[in-house]
Ligand binder design. Structure first.
Ligand SMILES: C[S@@+](CC[C@H](N)C(=O)[O-])C[C@H]1O[C@@H](n2cnc3c(N)ncnc32)[C@H](O)[C@@H]1O
Length: 255
């Protein structure tokens, strides 16, 4: 069982040399700040923090963050940013209450779903919130899959690491079997579980999400933020015109 102490936050607060300003992080920060408004020094738990870029940006804005992830590699990277990251899951977190619990692109992986959200509700202070920034993979259709794979094929053709060319005619089938293989939760499951656990839930659906897929593969490049923004704008425009589906799913659950 991992007990949260105030020491966990001090190391991170002292090490704010690196300012993370990438586009995807900014996009999520705007979502978080739509809830927190101008409040500072909030206590966050970030579940499935990955490399910790968002946690770092929140610390740089004067908040306290406990980032957790089950991946040893992710936690090691987050710790290298000066964050008090822990390799654990949400059931092993205990201690004083959080103002906000963040699941950014992570909740679709996390099981059991209802119990994880119920544990988040227990860890929240009165008036606290859970914020989920995720996607509804079952909304994927052929047009969306072809666009998404087409962009990846361009990167693969340019020799960028991590991208694999797939025959465009097979893009939809390939993606759906990838999602099935990973056994991830659908958007409907994420919504149902959130409504089940939180009495007051705000949901927004249909926004851009697929641009996020490109972030880990591009982030070491200096032009990464501009490239990600360009893909985001392209995805947003196509969703607005009805050419592709917006897979984004955002949930705010208030305790
Ligand atoms: C797609 S990544 C997203 C990482 C980061 N939040 C971001 O937006 O870049 C999902 C992360 O969730 C983590 N994860 C999966 N299951 C988890 C669990 N049960 N508890 C905590 N982290 C988990 C994975 O190790 C991975 O780092």
């Amino acid at each position: 069982m991992y007990e949260v102490t105030s020491n966990d936050f001090e190391a991170a607060a002292q090490n704010n040399a690196l300012k993370v300003t990438d586009f995807a992080t900014q996009h999520t920060l705007r979502f978080i700040e739509s809830v927190t408004k101008r409040r500072s020094n909030l206590r966050f738990l970030e579940v499935g923090c990955g490399k910790g870029h968002l946690a770092k940006a929140l610390v740089d804005r004067g908040h306290q963050v406990l980032p957790i992830d089950v991946s040893e590699e992710a936690v090691a990277f987050a710790r290298s940013l000066g964050l008090p990251a822990k390799q654990t899951n949400i059931f092993d977190v205990n201690g004083s209450a959080f103002d906000g619990i963040l699941f950014i692109q992570s909740l679709h992986h996390i099981s059991p779903l209802d119990q994880s959200l119920a544990q988040a509700a227990r860890l929240l202070d009165k008036g606290g919130f859970v914020l989920v920034d995720d996607f509804a993979f079952s909304k994927m259709d052929e047009e969306t899959a072809v666009w998404f794979q087409g962009v990846q094929n361009v990167f693969a053709g340019a020799g960028i690491d991590g991208f694999h060319r797939i025959n465009i005619d097979k893009a939809f089938a390939h993606l759906m079997s990838h999602y099935a293989e990973h056994g991830i939760h659908t958007g409907d499951e994420l919504i149902r579980a959130s409504k089940n656990v939180f009495p007051n839930v705000e949901i927004s659906e249909g926004g851009p999400y697929l641009f996020r897929h490109f972030v880990p593969k591009m982030e070491s490049r200096p032009e990464s933020s501009d490239v990600i923004k360009a893909i985001f704008d392209w995805e947003r425009f196509q969703i607005e015109k009805g050419f592709i589906k917006g897979l984004g799913l955002r949930v705010i659950g208030f305790k």
